[in-house]
Ligand binder design. Structure first.
Ligand SMILES: Cc1cc2ncn([C@H]3O[C@H](COP(=O)(O)O)[C@@H](O)[C@H]3O)c2cc1C
Ligand SMILES: O=C(O)c1cccnc1
Length: 348
């Protein structure tokens, strides 16, 4: 396993950051959550003037053997078809990236399809999809560790281009199933409480999804080691995201966390090194029912709750302008002193 050295965040600037926020020309606390975001950005960057430089989104895509069992409302082929949709700029993810000026990257982590090498898809394919973990481990331990390494390498390249703000996305039919199993094992929560509708299963569909996943879980040795869990139940896109997150934190980037699947990758990364969480902002609470349980385990406070359940980093991207506003007010708003505005009277 490659080593990740993630620094603890320093508390040195805490007082000054809070003072800077409180002395802006506004009632104390009146910018609500934006104030918390600005504080966290300042802490991550160890600066009173945090900036968002060259923001990137990177969507990792992979196929899942379990999808052949019908755990999703949609067929496996949607995974590769959506990558062509990205190429045309027609997916929610590409539309929002364009809207917000976020550079869009897509990585083939293990899609069951051959893409023409001339397409702007970063090829880090580990295999043509995982094995069906109802019957056998999704991947080998070597593949899992190689995936973590490849994910880290992708982030290193993006960082070299001057990016300090990274958004992760995923694409892979059946991957809410992996995310549920990861939550159940790493969060010590019964599987039943972790399974949800994904792309839109009805009650019966969710029951059948649970039965299939439970069959896989009953054949597993129940190890809670994050690498064992990822090897057995992961997706190639999920393991690459784990490596990408750990590397991004090592590089002191800010990570904007999307929905259920991305948070399951963060939970695994958190079990490898809990410091990764300090570099994160949590964009939204997904409508996938167990997402909030994941957030609670890590103490992640979601910024938005607007009933989204799409993935592909879409929840994070719609939240992005709020993060920008937080950085902007820190850098551009006048203080009471700058503007000659009277501060609150001490006694009323
Ligand atoms: C057209 C389409 C676009 C998507 N974009 C993201 N997902 C999301 O849904 C899938 C996970 O849900 P499940 O586990 O139920 O398959 C993933 O591909 C995820 O990215 C999509 C799903 C579909 C159908
Ligand atoms: O919250 C998510 O990321 C999510 C939920 C359902 C389906 N796909 C993604």
């Amino acid at each position: 396993m490659i080593e990740f050295k993630i620094d603890s965040l320093s508390d040195n600037l805490n007082k000054e950051l809070q003072e800077k926020i409180d002395t802006k020309t506004k009632p104390i606390g009146s910018l609500g959550m934006l104030e918390k975001i600005a504080f966290q950005l300042g802490k991550i960057q160890n600066s009173l003037n945090p900036t968002i430089n060259n923001p990137n989104v990177v969507v990792f895509a992979g196929d899942h053997g379990i999808a052949d069992d019908g755990v999703s409302f949609y067929p496996k082929s949607v995974s590769y078809q959506m990558l062509y949709n990205y190429m045309e700029g027609g997916a929610a993810s590409t539309v929002f990236a364009k809207q917000h000026g976020i550079k869009f990257n897509v990585v083939d982590a293990g899609v069951d399809h051959d893409f023409d090498p001339s397409l702007p898809i970063i090829n880090r394919k580990l295999a043509y999809g995982t094995k069906n973990y109802r019957l056998e481990p999704a991947m080998t331990k070597e593949q899992c560790l190689e995936g973590i390494k490849r994910g880290a390498e992708v982030i290193e390249e993006i960082h070299q281009n001057g990016c300090n703000f990274i958004i992760f996305g995923e694409k892979g039919i059946g991957n809410t199933s992996s995310a549920s199993l990861i939550l159940s094992l790493l969060g010590d929560i019964s599987l039943e409480e972790c399974v949800g509708r994904g792309t839109g299963l009805d009650k019966e569909g969710v029951k059948s999804k649970f039965d299939l996943l439970n069959e896989g879980l009953s054949k597993y040795n129940q190890s809670k080691d994050p690498i064992d869990v990822l090897t057995h139940f992961g997706g190639f896109e999920i393991v690459m995201i784990v490596g990408a997150m750990l590397k991004a934190a090592e590089l002191k980037m800010t990570l904007l966390i999307d929905g259920f699947i991305i948070t399951s990758a963060l939970l695994a990364a958190f079990k490898i090194n809990p410091k990764v969480k300090d570099y994160c902002l949590f964009a939204h609470k997904s409508n996938e029912q167990a997402h909030i349980k994941m957030l609670n385990i890590m103490g992640g406070e979601p910024i938005l709750d607007i009933s989204m359940r799409l993935g592909e980093a879409t929840g994070a991207m719609v939240c992005f302008p709020l993060i920008k506003s937080a950085a902007q007010f820190m850098n551009e708003m006048a203080s009471f002193q700058d503007a000659g505005v009277s501060e609150a009277t001490e006694e009323i």
